[in-house]
Each structure stands twice: as structure tokens, then as C-alpha cells.
Design a protein around this ligand. Structure first.
Ligand SMILES: [Zn+2]
Length: 314
């Protein structure tokens, strides 16, 4: 890059004890609490090279990573913290593996465990207040140009709803991008009303505190792309996925969308917010990650098709 910025040179050198201190503060923001009896005092002990916290009341022993996103990890804390630092730039597992000197599989797992806690946190915080909603397709251009060469129905563009919460000055304070599907048993596509309304209602129901209240919701037109924050955010995520990963398949698409939105909302506080997340979210295993069904499959989409003249790199 001509700016001279190098991700490699920017990675901080973290000390193990600083990482442990940050994880401690994230896990126990109000000070130590025994997970069994909630007592607040402990003995700091070492066992086989591991630091353990022994409750002074019930003698229960717990580790710093137990119950966090890092539970069971064999990767040093310093590498986790470097990985969290690097997630601010939205890098791939290939590059992460090289930068923090771990295998590709470890890097992939770290990135996905971080995306998992981001998703957990996102799920606990619905959009509220004034909303802007935009319907889009992921992979539409790819589908449009190559569909005749692919097996019929093998690849369909994925419908996404982008939702933004705005504050009173119109600034985006929260953003979500969600794959909208009809296979979770909660929706009956095409039954009464327009499919547009179905998709929007489902999004409002699942991801906002407004529920069925359309009053504070502005539905954006795809043809106005580029005008409002959700249009810009959508362009940003599509470019990121294309340039960094060469596109993302349906299985893990949702977790990448969550990561992008997390970064978009957290801004310069991304690392801080990520550290807070890992301390309070439970981990997910590799087995669960690779077997997890994202619930994405081709369905009839609910928003208007883009104009034929539109040319936008997907
Ligand atoms: Zn205890």
C-alpha cells in the first residue's frame, strides 16, 4: 500500500500478564466471583503451570478461561489478543495464520470463535428506535452472470435484510444484516400480503424491539443504493467479502455479516468491545462450528430485483 501502513508492523507486542489482566476484567468486571457460590475472594494458585483461582469459601477451582470464549484453548493468550487486534481489519484466516504464527486450522477456529461471540452478543441486543431497512441479495451478480453455467438451482442469491437503528440526529447506532429464510418453521412464505412485507415482518419480529410496529420504520429502495447508511454498509460488506475472501458460501455467511456489523458499530472501540465479548460469552467447539447449520437455503426473495443495467462487483 502506498500509505506505508503495514498490518504486520502495527501488531502490538502483548505481555501474557497484560492479556490475563484484560481477560480477568472482561470475565469479572466487578471482581472475582466463584462460579459455584458467588463468593468474591480467592486463592491464586498454580497447578501444572496453569493459574487457578480457588474459592476461599467452597474451595472450587476455576481457571481464567473457563466459561469464556477461550475455554479449552491451547493457543497462548497473547496470540488470541493479536487475533482480536487483527479482527479490526477484517482479515482472512490465511493471513491471520501467517501473522500470529499458527496453523491455518487454528487461525480459522480463532476467527470463527470470535465471530461466534459477536453473534451471541448481537442476538442479545435487538435494534430499537427509528429504523431503516433495506432488502438485498448476496451473490446476485454472480448468480446473474453464471447461473446458466451452473446446475439449475444449485446456487441462488441469498436474501438479506439490512437494518439500522438511528439516533435523533440520524446517526447509525446499531446495524444488523440478516439472512432471511423460511426454513426455521416460523414463516409461511407467500401466504397473504406481499413477500416484501413478510420479509420485513420477520426481520422486525426476530431482530428488533419494535416487533410489528412499522411506524418508526423507513423501507429503503434498492434503486436508491448509495444514498443512506444501509446502502453504504451493504456495498462495504460485499466488497470486503469479495476482496478478502473471494466471496463467502452460504454456510458461514451470517457470521461474516455479524462481524462486519460489529466492526461498523464499534468503530475505533472494536478491540475493546471484542475483549468484553470474549469474557462473557461461552465458547463453541470446532465440531459445532463445522456442523452448524446456518439455516440458509434458496428461497423466493421478497424485494424487487435490481435493474438490469446495474453493474456492481459481487
Ligand atoms: Zn465458591
Amino acid at each position: 500500500m502506498s500509505s506505508g501502513f503495514s498490518i504486520r508492523d502495527s501488531i502490538p507486542c502483548y505481555a501474557e500478564e497484560d492479556c490475563a489482566g484484560a481477560l480477568f476484567a472482561a470475565k469479572w468486571p466487578d471482581g472475582f466471583r466463584c462460579p459455584r457460590c458467588w463468593h468474591s475472594r480467592y486463592y491464586d494458585i498454580a497447578s501444572r503451570g496453569r493459574r487457578l483461582f480457588e474459592c476461599r469459601s467452597c474451595s472450587h477451582q476455576t481457571s481464567l478461561t473457563a466459561g469464556t470464549a477461550l475455554e479449552g484453548t491451547r493457543t497462548p493468550l497473547t496470540k488470541w489478543f493479536k487475533a482480536m487486534y487483527l479482527m479490526q481489519f477484517g482479515i482472512s484466516a490465511v493471513l491471520l495464520a501467517e501473522l500470529i504464527c499458527v496453523t491455518y486450522k487454528t487461525a480459522w477456529l480463532i476467527n470463527h470463535k470470535l465471530r461466534h461471540v459477536i453473534g451471541e452478543q448481537d442476538g442479545a441486543r435487538p435494534l430499537e428506535g427509528s429504523l431503516q431497512l433495506l432488502g438485498e441479495y448476496y451473490g446476485y451478480e454472480y448468480h446473474r452472470y453464471f447461473s446458466d453455467k451452473l446446475a439449475q438451482g444449485a446456487l441462488k442469491p441469498q436474501p438479506i435484510v439490512i437494518g439500522a437503528s438511528l439516533d435523533q440526529t440520524g446517526e447509525v447506532v446499531h446495524l444488523k444484516m440478516k439472512a432471511v429464510d423460511g426454513i426455521d418453521g416460523t414463516a409461511v412464505p407467500g401466504r397473504g400480503g406481499s413477500e416484501d412485507e413478510e420479509a420485513v415482518e420477520r426481520f422486525l419480529h426476530n431482530h428488533t424491539a419494535n416487533r410489528g410496529d412499522f411506524g418508526k420504520t423507513e423501507l429503503l429502495q434498492r434503486s436508491h443504493r448509495g444514498r443512506k447508511a444501509p446502502h453504504h454498509a451493504w456495498l462495504g460488506v460485499v466488497r470486503w467479502l469479495a476482496w478478502t475472501f473471494g466471496g463467502i458460501g452460504p454456510k458461514h455467511l451470517q457470521s461474516y455479516l455479524n462481524e462486519f456489523c460489529f466492526r461498523y458499530v464499534s468503530g475505533s472501540r472494536t478491540l475493546e468491545a471484542l475483549i468484553a465479548c470474549i469474557g462473557t460469552s461461552r465458547t463453541i467447539t470446532y465440531r459445532s462450528l463445522v456442523s452448524a447449520r446456518s439455516g440458509i437455503r434458496p428461497i423466493r426473495w421478497a424485494f424487487r430485483q435490481p435493474e438490469r443495467s446495474r453493474r456492481h462487483a459481487g
